[in-house]
Write a protein that binds this ligand. Structure first.
Ligand code: CP
Length: 310
């Protein structure tokens, strides 16, 4: 059985192209399982996991729980506001206490960049990063690559344009690291105030005008404005942002005719993308959600499937 030779999944910056390929190939098999009438395999029977979500989530939390249940593991989910964090307990103490219940893995979403790495250094169990601040959202990057690969048959040499709030987006960072490792050309677009100050470290081109950026694109990905992480004054008004940087049939017109339109969700309709485009024939937004379950099953299987002696 193939496994990932690592304890944790923290980000795609540190993952090799071989590891990404293994996860994407395994996710294909997992997708077959979730298409069956009875979606249950014993691969993770007896493995216990805790999902710790200190920020809101619909897609990531639900798909991790489904993935865990489809693979017969025993997950429980703890929300930030219902945990002892609100009584002043530290993250390290919280997870070290949970670790003493003999769990195998913690899946964590947290508002602080680097929190998943910090936790992984301080506990022996596996840590899966379900989004840490502005840093990374590796399982989202993997499910986006899975969706593109499924539709286009390859990732190498595709032109992928990511539009919007790159600066505050962990989705953008994970996609950039992952897609570049897999040989895609990545270009970013949006207002200069929403670009990371250290954009050059990512090795991507920046084109401020969306209409020019999407010229000949194979994939156009819109990002949510991360208002919860923004300080004020980064763009004049939402209406002007939508006019200048929102994706619409007009602004995406110069992409290839068969270009995929993507968005990680949740969507602010009419701001970063029009409903016409998000619900149109080129949109794979809902396929991304389906891919999320398969990819998270693959990660859990590769990380934990053979990890513990019977
Ligand atoms: N894409 C994503 O992470 O969505 P949620 O915040 O709903 O999990």
């Amino acid at each position: 059985m193939q496994t990932l030779r690592r304890k944790d999944i923290l980000g795609l910056e540190e993952m090799s192209a071989e590891e990404i390929t293994l996860i994407l190939e395994t996710a294909r098999s997992m997708r077959e399982i979730i298409q069956r009438p009875i979606k249950k395999v014993p691969a993770l029977r007896g493995r216990s996991m805790i999902n710790l979500f200190y920020e809101p989530s619909t897609r990531t939390k639900a798909s991790f729980e489904l993935a865990q249940k489809y693979m017969s593991s025993d997950p429980i989910s703890v929300g930030g506001s219902s945990s002892s964090l609100v009584k002043g307990e530290t993250l390290k103490d919280t997870v070290r206490n949970l670790e003493m219940m003999n769990i195998d893995c913690v899946v964590m979403r947290h508002p602080v960049s680097g929190s998943a790495h910090y936790l992984a250094r301080n506990v022996e169990i596996s840590v899966i990063n379900a989004g840490d601040g502005m840093h990374e959202h590796p399982t989202q990057g993997l499910l986006d690559m899975f969706t593109i690969l499924d539709k286009k048959g390859r990732l190498e040499e595709l032109k992928v344009v990511i539009v919007g709030d790159i600066r505050h987006s962990r989705v953008a960072r994970s996609n950039i690291w992952g897609l570049k490792k897999m040989g895609a050309q990545v270009l970013v677009s949006g207002p200069p105030t929403l670009m990371p100050p250290d954009l050059e470290v990512f090795g991507v081109e920046y084109c401020p005008r969306v209409e020019e950026a999407v010229e000949g694109a194979d994939v156009v990905m819109a990002l949510r404005l991360q208002k919860e992480r923004q300080e004020g004054g980064l763009f004049p008004t939402l209406r002007e942002y939508a006019e200048l940087y929102g994706l619409s049939s007009e602004s995406a017109a110069r992409a290839k005719d068969d270009a995929l339109i993507m968005h990680p969700g949740p969507i602010n309709r009419g701001i970063e993308i029009t409903s016409e485009l998000a619900d149109g024939p080129r949109s794979v937004v809902l396929e991304q959600v389906t891919a999320g379950v398969a990819v998270r099953m693959a990660i859990l299987y590769l990380l934990l499937g053979g990890a513990k002696e019977e």
